[in-house]
Ligand binder design. Structure first.
Ligand SMILES: Nc1ncnc2c1ncn2[C@@H]1O[C@H](COP(=O)(O)OP(=O)(O)OP(=O)(O)O)[C@@H](O)[C@H]1O
Length: 588
């Protein structure tokens, strides 16, 4: 229970994301291989000089063969080093993604508000991985060698050096312009893409509502208009970048022709030998081609910078989270002390000054009209939100001091909108808990009185429930959700309207399940709009407009209400329609 597997996710402190990337030592090797590749490529111009200036004048076949063997050997080594370099880059990129993906996933889970997953961050991480193993990165790594080529060109003749320098300057200026254009528009496009993705998720998730309400064409229209908004900056940026790229290609070819023309003139003037003419053409091409490539690559670089900024942004909350000491298993003593919760400063609090206790084996039923803050209170007690002020304690420790995964093992939470993970019934009950045991799954289902219902499904516990449990009825989903809340050693049950979709039999079964949980010593806090659960409650909390109206034994709380509006809690006949506390009113 006290052991802890830190996994790949850092447990503490503000650490730089960069410091977490594995295999940074591989970068040293990548640079070493790059140096070797670039130095070995110099063999081509030197081979040309030797062949034209020595072999042709001396007519020595042996020298030609010797030089050719050396050049071929050098180029072979260069190809091998280049392969190693690309392999290392590709492995580094995969390691980079594997290291950061768990952090981003944790950030998506922990930082998400309901229904607001952020898969986009993982897409950005994948974009970064692709970029890291792309030709753009090798061009960037090769860039520091350009001064070496330019120096050699100056050595061959100052004119060659000047032509190369002019070309590098012009292409660099175009690259910077291209980068500026791309960066601004890519940031805009990325923001719009987030909105498009969110809209698409919403339409697909609620496709049946969209279809039933006759909104299909409207949804397509709305999506396409948002998509056009997202695409237009990309198209604008691409057009400008392509124009600059075409100009860069023209500048590069013109400079290469200029270099050949200038070289021929220098040969005619006997200032250089013909070998240096060939060598300079090769070197100028070698210098200007990567620069031209970089003009288009600036766009990829801008995208990568934007992706990196988003990844850092998303990872920040996880990186600054302090490591929590694992605490002993709780007994289920819940204390809510003057809890206030508001969203945004200056807003009216959703909950104000809520205080009550729920001891082990006790059941607190929370009632109140729609919008009173009941679900929000449950979310706070489940540790999904943090109070703006006040404290919620479990066995004396404030919830924020519990390790979230450890706390989750002891808290059975059933939200109002039962969200089941897809897969089989057994998987929906056990979730992602480690070493799920069939005995525990069946025990939880029995406790939730869902066992017989599950056995009646086509493949029992192995029935595929579809995405989000879409192949189940609302009542079946609720019972399986309840079984999930009971699964394992839960010390605190937080159930939000667990009987909302239950028939009288189901409601009776729920009452027995809660009685069993109480007998086991679990503390339970249940939100309900129906009176049945009041009959087994130890205390009742009445909320209205986020304020605590009363807290005490059921009779006392119900007596505090207007008599006309309070139905007497009674045991409902098994075949009777469940009675409902009217919504939208303070008192049932
Ligand atoms: N994330 C949020 N952002 C803004 N307002 C919120 C948020 N969550 C809840 N609220 C507001 O807080 C109030 C209380 O909501 P809550 O869902 O807790 O009420 P409730 O008592 O559970 O209602 P019901 O009985 O209908 O489920 C509502 O006015 C709601 O609009």
């Amino acid at each position: 229970m006290y052991s802890r597997n830190h996994g790949a996710i850092p447990a503490s402190g503000e650490r730089s994301l960069v410091a977490l990337i594995p295999g940074r030592s591989a970068l040293v090797w990548i640079v070493c291989f790059s140096v070797s590749v670039n130095l070995l490529l110099l063999v081509v111009p030197f081979y040309s000089i030797e062949v034209f200036d020595r072999v042709l004048s001396s007519g020595s076949v042996e020298t030609l063969v010797g030089l050719t063997v050396i050049a071929v050997g050098a180029l072979g080594f260069s190809a091998v080093f280049d392969t190693f370099r690309n392999r290392l880059l590709s492995r580094f990129a995969v390691g980079f993604e594997r290291c950061l993906a768990p952090i981003l996933l944790e950030s998506s889970i922990v930082g998400a508000t309901p229904g607001d997953g952020r898969p986009h961050d993982l897409v950005k991480l994948r974009e970064l991985r692709t970029f890291l193993s792309s030709g753009t990165v090798t061009s960037l790594i090769d860039a520091p060698f350009l001064p070496v080529f330019i120096l050699i060109l100056f050595f061959l003749h100052p004119w060659y050096g000047l032509i190369a320098l002019t070309g590098v300057g012009a292409l660099l200026a175009m690259g910077v312009a291209s980068h500026r254009i791309a960066r601004g528009e890519i940031a805009q496009a990325s923001h719009a893409a987030l909105k498009t993705q969110a809209m698409l998720d919403g339409i697909v998730r609620h496709s049946s509502v969209v279809q039933a309400m006759g909104w299909t064409r409207g949804a397509i229209r709305a999506f396409m208009s948002l998509n056009d908004e997202a695409l237009s900056p990309v198209v604008r940026a691409s057009e400008r970048v392509y124009t600059i790229a075409a100009t860069a290609r023209m500048v590069r070819t013109m400079l290469q022709i200029t270099a050949i023309g200038a070289g021929a003139w220098l040969v005619l003037q006997n200032e250089v030998l013909s070998g240096s003419l060939i060598a300079s053409s090769i070197l100028i091409a070698r210098t200007l081609q990567p620069m031209e490539g970089l003009v288009s690559a600036w766009r990829a670089l801008a995208s990568a910078q934007d992706a990196w900024a988003q990844v850092c942004d998303a990872a920040a909350p996880v990186l600054v989270r302090a490591r929590k000491t694992l605490l002993p298993p709780p007994s289920g003593m819940l204390e809510v002390e003057r809890v206030t919760f508001r969203i945004g400063t200056g807003q009216r609090p959703i909950l104000a000054g809520i205080s009550f206790q729920c001891r082990p084996s006790e059941l607190v039923v929370v009632i109140g009209p729609t919008g009173a803050g009941k679900s929000t209170l449950l979310r706070l007690m489940a540790g999904l939100e943090r109070p703006s002020s006040g404290t919620i304690r479990l066995d004396g420790a404030a919830l924020q001091n519990w390790d979230p995964d450890q706390l989750g093992q002891f808290v059975g939470y059933l939200p109002q909108d039962v969200q089941l993970l897809g897969g089989t019934v057994a998987e929906a009950i056990a979730g992602f808990g480690e070493c799920a045991r069939d005995d525990d799954i069946v025990a939880a289902a029995m406790l939730a009185q869902a066992h017989d219902m599950i056995l009646s499904l086509p493949a029992g516990y192995q029935t595929d429930i579809g995405r989000d449990g879409s192949r189940l009825s609302d009542g079946q989903r609720q019972r399986i959700g309840l079984a999930r809340a009971f699964y394992g050693d839960r010390k605190l049950l937080l159930l939000d309207e667990p009987n909302a979709n239950l028939d009288p039999d189901g409601e009776e079964a729920l009452c027995s399940a809660i009685q069993s949980a109480k007998a086991r010593g679990a503390a339970s806090v249940i939100v309900t709009h129906r009176p049945r659960l009041l009959t087994i409650a130890d205390t009742v909390l009445l909320l209205r407009d986020g304020n605590q109206i009363t807290f005490g034994p059921p009779v006392q709380v119900l007596r505090a209400q207007r008599p006309a509006s309070v139905p007497k809690p009674q045991v409902v006949a098994r075949d009777a329609e469940p009675q409902k506390l009217p919504r939208g009113r303070a008192a049932p």
